[in-house]
Ligand binder design. Structure first.
Ligand code: LCS
Length: 410
């Protein structure tokens, strides 16, 4: 598995992973098979011994899955990649590879809810402790490091608070202390941020989001920087078993071909919507890395080449108004997930980040009033019209509830 490094990301998105097959198809075929026949007993034994080229069993490798893996590895500038059955399977697999009983990890405090639950509640059962910190605060990361810290796990921008960690500074710190850096690059995709350039050792993705981009696959990816990092992760994935099946691999590889045009449109739409919301009379606050008001706006410009599709905001009427707004949208889908072509709106405290528990949410500044949208690639005017009518409806409803509670209010 190797790829050219002289090509631009737009070109790699279209071509990487398209190996030349004997019939020269423009698109790699779907090897919808669980197992592969050996030419002889000796051939089978050689493949099991890791000698020679060939496939054994689709949990241990499949050509269609490999095509998707090569594509993401090329885009991230990594050596190899391993496709997993979900983003969570990718996170579990990489942490199980890198950590053992008695180890400690430092983790961004605002991460996708189930990531927080895996690291904060499940891994301690296996003797692996963690400290959750605000990774946008370098001093806090430094303070959280212990002699047995083996992994620093970063989501940047964080889900859903969109705070941004300085990948270069944290990478240097972690390496000085003998720890490895794992970056969840889901919110950016390799088109907008390449963590290996800033010192990351492993990059993971939920393929479910921008990489596949069409809301029809659940998948994950682990990308390794150097070839030598691959075998232990491969062995762990083979044994944990959370692999991506061939058909899903095909869909992901197909989705990636349009990643560059989708990301450009996502960013363009989201910037306009973030600016619109920031100026809207019913909106209390907006967080989006492309707004000058974002606390790490300068850092975002340094390590990201676009601001992404996710915007978090709060309404003046708080949680009640946010709920009313989500119930009033007509074009946007009231649904979790992000990074697909359609605009989605959801409420992290009661949905994606419910499993973390109230205390972890409070620490991570995931307030009850926070509403998150993932901006799709529809006409931006249509999205804005839908958000505006939903905000008006929410304001009218909140006002009438106030009137019922306090009849004196006019
Ligand atoms: N990492 C990030 C940053 C995520 O946002 C998600 C899922 C995952 C990992 C896990 O990936 P999965 O297993 O779902 O493929 N985020 C979701 C979200 O914000 N809404 O629904 C899923």
């Amino acid at each position: 598995m190797s790829h050219r490094t002289d090509l631009s990301p737009e070109t790699l998105a279209v071509h990487a992973g398209v190996d030349k097959h004997e019939f020269l198809p423009a698109v790699p075929p779907i090897f919808q098979t669980s197992t592969f026949a050996f030419k002889s007993a000796e051939h089978g034994a050689a493949l099991f011994a890791g000698e020679g080229k060939g496939y054994i069993y689709s949990r241990m490798g499949n050509p269609t899955t490999e095509a998707a893996e090569m594509s993401v590895a090329a885009l991230e500038g990594g050596a190899k990649a391993l496709a997993c059955g979900s983003g969570m399977a990718a996170i579990h697999t990489i942490l199980a590879t890198l950590l053992r009983q008695g180890d400690h990890m430092v983790c961004s405090e605002a991460v996708y809810g189930p990531t927080c639950t895996l690291i904060g509640k499940i891994m301690p059962k296996w003797g692996i402790e963690s400290t959750m910190v605000d990774t946008s605060n370098f001093e806090a990361v430094k303070e959280a490091m212990r002699p047995n810290t083996k992994v620093v796990y970063i989501e940047t921008p964080c889900n859903p608070t969109l705070v941004i960690a300085d990948l270069e500074a944290i990478g240097n710190l972690a390496h000085d202390r003998g720890a490895l850096v794992v970056v969840d690059n889901t919110f950016m995709s390799p088109l907008l941020q390449q963590p290996f350039r800033w010192g990351a050792d492993y990059v993971i993705h939920s393929l479910t989001k921008f990489l596949n981009g069409h809301a029809d696959v659940v998948g994950g990816m682990i990308v390794v920087k150097d070839e030598a990092q691959y075998p232990p992760v491969r062995r762990m994935l083979n044994h944990l078993g959370g692999v991506l099946p061939p058909f899903e691999s095909f869909l992901v590889h197909r989705g990636i071909k349009t990643l560059s045009v989708r990301m450009a449109k996502h960013c363009q739409n989201a910037q306009k919507i973030a600016e619109h919301l920031e100026a809207h009379p019913h909106i209390e606050w907006v967080l989006y890395p492309g707004l000058k008001s974002h606390p790490q706006y300068e850092l975002a410009k340094k390590q990201m080449s676009g601001s992404g599709a996710v915007i978090s905001f709060g309404l003046k009427g708080g949680l009640e108004a946010g709920r009313a707004m989500m119930n009033a949208v007509k074009l946007c889908l009231l649904a979790v997930s992000l990074g697909g072509v359609e605009t989605l709106i959801q409420h992290p405290a009661s949905m994606t980040h419910a499993s973390m528990g109230a205390e972890a949410r409070r620490q991570a500044h995931i307030t009850d009033g926070l509403v998150r949208i993932s901006v799709g690639i529809e006409s931006v005017d249509d999205i804005i019209a839908d958000l505006d009518q939903a905000l008006e409806e929410a304001a009218a409803q909140t006002m009438s509830v106030e009137r019922e509670r306090h009849p004196a209010v006019t």
